[in-house]
Design a protein around this ligand. Structure first.
Ligand code: PMP
Length: 448
């Protein structure tokens, strides 16, 4: 058989579904009844037959300015024609500096440097590596231990899943990174159910960090990483005072505090960052998603001056940080980020999210009392619903049936475990909030 004949014998129709292996998806069930979108604009996706789908999740918590915004689209088009790529090691291009400068202005004082990568997972691993290398550069090579949190999500790299706290993401992958501990998560339904914003109960859980210091000694601990609001495990806002307490303990013991702001950055909680909203500044802050409103993959880490400086004056064998990606600061991502920042400013989208917080929570809380709803949590432009288990709807098939019920109602929502999360683009109108939760209720009624 010639090479051409062999290729022909493997040929498949362009719309054949078999060859693609979808991430975090029960593939076999999905392929029986695939949910596809073909186009998007502003608050909507469109199915291949043209039916609009109201986007209740900004894609995957990322299209914060809405979809296919003209300003971002034109910036990417122009950039693709002008400079497609510039080597990212020992070389750069002007827009990368411009994005870094704007990020420094948007994030809390003290975060003076920006490092770029291409995703939230890369951002998490970047931050963890920076923390360990920072202590080594400072002559404290024994500080290697990393502390994450139960129910945390920091992407899918080995670093991220090691400090992350979701067992399905960890249990299949061997022994993971050594020297990792976890703080307890901060959710307690009995104390916190149906809270808007930060729950009053639970700040004391930050003191578990002191317990880990007592156990291991501070001289072995490099960093603590938490999401200021845990996102992927059901949107868990931090208890009042919890993050401040973590900051105090990190300061006391010379431990770096890392905030994973991949979800909370760029307006999701009504401010540029969750750090700003909660009044706590980390030493390193990861970001991704909303930085380009999802139009081009991008992520990164904002870094305190002390961290950056350690690498500029380190011993001779450490000329700087031995870490980076071919596509760090990719021109298309930089162009998309600059246009996205301009949109955020021009349309006041972070302020808009802040102003809409109460209306969004009101709309979500109309489901309080629904027989399937065990808890509702809201903060910023985030709402999460914990659902009671439904007979016959467990496991992969149930998960898929749940996804289908929402797809039939033409709303995009995020199903993770027993929690359904909403995080719409920040441009959402009040009438669309009502519509979103009405259709959500219909889908729940259908499933029940
Ligand atoms: N960190 C957090 C807090 C996230 O929510 C996510 C993605 N949902 C990630 C990291 C990973 O980002 P990515 O999927 O872009 O790698």
């Amino acid at each position: 058989m010639s090479q051409t004949e062999a290729a022909a014998s493997h040929a498949k129709a362009p719309n054949d579904l078999e060859s693609l292996w979808l991430p975090f998806t029960p593939n076999r069930h999905f392929k029986r009844d695939p949910r596809l979108v073909a186009r998007a604009k502003d608050m909507h996706y469109f199915k291949p037959d043209g039916t609009p789908v109201l986007d209740g999740t900004a894609g995957l918590w990322c299209a914060n300015a809405g979809h296919c915004r003209d300003k971002i689209v034109s910036a990417i088009q122009a950039q693709a024609a002008e400079l497609d790529f510039a080597p990212s090691f020992q070389f750069s291009h002007p827009k990368a500096f411009e994005v870094a400068n704007q990020l420094v202005a948007m994030t809390p004082e003290g975060l003076d440097y920006a490092f770029f990568c291409n995703s939230g997972s890369e951002a998490a691993d970047t931050a963890l590596k920076m923390a360990i290398a920072y202590h080594r550069a400072n002559g404290e090579a024994s500080r290697t231990r990393l502390i994450g949190r139960e129910r945390g999500y920091h992407g899918v790299g080995f670093g991220g899943i090691s400090v992350g706290g979701m067992s399905p993401n960890r249990k299949f992958y061997g022994s993971l990174l050594p020297g990792v501990d976890h703080l307890p998560h901060t959710y307690n339904r009995a104390e916190q159910a149906f809270t808007r914003g930060e729950p009053a109960w639970g700040a004391y859980l930050a003191d578990e960090l002191q317990r880990l210091v007592d156990l291991h000694d501070a001289s072995t601990i490099a960093a603590v990483i938490v999401e200021p609001m845990a996102g992927s495990t059901g949107a868990l806002p931090p208890p009042q005072g919890y993050l401040k307490r973590l900051r105090e303990l990190c300061d006391k013991h010379g431990i770096l505090l890392i905030f994973d702001e991949v979800i909370t950055g760029f307006g999701r909680l009504g401010h540029a960052t969750a750090a700003e909203r909660f009044g706590v500044t980390p030493d390193i802050m990861t970001f991704a998603k909303g930085v380009t409103s999802a139009a081009v993959p991008m992520g990164g880490a904002m870094v305190g001056r002390h961290v950056y400086e350690a690498f500029q004056s380190g011993p001779d064998h450490m000329i700087d940080l031995f870490h980076g990606y071919t596509y760090s600061g990719h021109p298309l991502a930089m162009a998309a980020a600059l246009a996205t920042f301009e949109l955020y400013r021009e349309e006041g989208l972070f302020e808009r999210a802040r102003a809409n917080e109460a209306a969004f929570a009101d709309a979500a809380f109309t489901l309080k009392g629904h027989p399937l709803v065990l808890d509702i949590r809201t903060i910023g432009m985030v709402a999460a619903f914990d659902l009671a288990p439904v007979e016959g709807l467990m496991g992969k098939r149930g998960y898929d049936a749940m996804c289908n019920a929402f797809h039939e109602q033409n709303i995009m929502v995020r199903v993770s475990g027993d929690t359904i999360a909403f995080s719409p683009p920040l441009i959402i109108e009040e009438a669309q909030m009502g519509e979103l939760f009405e259709r959500f209720k219909k889908a729940l009624d259908a499933v029940a």
